[in-house]
Design a binder for this molecule. Sequence first.
Ligand code: MN
Length: 153
Amino acid sequence: MALSFVVQRHRARRLHYDFRLELGGVLVSWAVPKGPTLDAKVRRGAYHVEDHALDHAGFEGRIPAGRYGGGDVIVWDNGTWEPHDTDDPAAALEAGELHFDLYGVKLRGRFVLVRTRGDDWLLVHKRDEHAVDGWDPEEHPKSVLTGRTNDEV
Ligand code: MN
């Protein structure tokens, strides 16, 4: 069975991208301030945050100011993912290193999440046929659900 993933571009007090992998019936989540990239030379800091419910994957819209995460959210990318080199991705995450393949609209190919300390992780794209030097998520600002930008929701 295919597992889903979603990346939401979330303009809250600070802009970040919420990177979420379906696993064990929830969305295991990281906040990535600079966003994921296809550039294999770049390591992106990723802060592990609380799991979200699966139905959050379709959320796009405004969160009122004053509420937690107040700001606007678009579904920046989505698709499916597969663990690589493990049939127990939960254990791989617990051990602090998960290799996986993404089959998204924008993000494709092999990625690695590595824990550095506490809730601090790094998100890296491996050098593969999907790697693109200099690829910047901010140059791909539209929702894959609706074509809207954060300004338009
Ligand atoms: Mn967020």
